[in-house]
Design a protein around this ligand. Structure first.
Ligand code: FAD
Length: 206
């Protein structure tokens, strides 16, 4: 029996997780799910080109990587997560509880024996021999378990926006991504599943 708690009602978080890398695709292949994933709308990127102050260069060539897929896949993260949920739902004993937030760990005689949670209807008590914390960077499970975080710091903030497509973006459709810094020092455009390219500005923290 596996029960997954997700505090949101859906997986619709934009601006993250667009790229599915070759190592992940290889795991998906080992799980027997690759054909199903490839049937969903996606783009494949085999090389990444950089463009910096008028000069172009190859930043990454995925065709040389080991594994099942020699490309990076572009797909909205919510399509990927919905696909995984659909596949998991076909297995006996899998349940996803949406709009259900884990609040604290339950303990008995010093051992973790479950989770206290809440949904729209109120409090929930879940008893289980194993709790796995996959609740992101501000993990309740990690904090409640008293695990220490080693903070490496983040030297930069990144702001993402969508911008109109330019002629120079045409290569993305043919399987070549481009990271472009056309003039301004900290501006770069990245390949995206989206019809509108994404653009980010990097700046010092703060
Ligand atoms: C702007 C941006 C762009 C990114 N782009 C990419 C990319 O292109 N490719 C890539 O591979 N990675 C990308 N990443 C990184 C990637 O999104 C993260 O590494 C990944 O999402 C981390 O996965 P996770 O499962 O640890 O945490 P999360 O994805 O944060 O998942 C945690 C989940 O737990 C839920 N949750 C939290 N607290 C609770 C609670 N108490 N009870 C119940 N549910 C809870 C959250 O709602 C969430 O759904 C990007 C990140 C950002 C911020």
């Amino acid at each position: 029996m596996v029960m997954v708690l997700e505090k949101h009602r859906d997986f619709l978080r934009d601006f993250r997780g667009d790229t599915i890398h070759t190592s992940t695709l290889t795991i998906i292949h080992h799980l027997g799910l690759l054909e199903g994933l490839l049937a969903l709308p996606h783009q494949k990127v085999t090389t990444l080109r950089g463009e910096l102050q008028g000069k172009t260069f190859t930043m990454a060539d995925f065709s040389r990587l080991p594994g099942r897929c020699q490309y990076m896949m572009l797909m909205p993260q919510w399509d990927f997560l919905n696909f995984l949920e659909e596949q998991a739902a076909m297995l006996p004993g899998f349940t996803l509880l949406r709009a259900t937030r884990g609040v604290s760990l339950r303990r008995h005689e010093g051992r973790v024996v479950g989770v206290n949670a809440e949904d729209d209807a109120g409090a929930l008590t879940i008893t289980t021999p194993m709790v796995i914390g996959t609740d992101g960077r501000r993990s309740m499970v990690r904090a409640a378990a008293g695990l220490q975080v080693e903070n490496f710091g983040a030297p930069r903030d990144v702001m993402w926006i969508k911008r109109p497509k330019e002629a120079a973006d045409a290569g993305w459709a043919s399987g070549h991504g481009a990271l472009r810094c056309p003039g301004e020092q900290y501006r770069a455009s990245a390949p995206s599943h989206d019809p509108l390219p994404r653009c980010h500005w990097c700046r010092g923290r703060g």
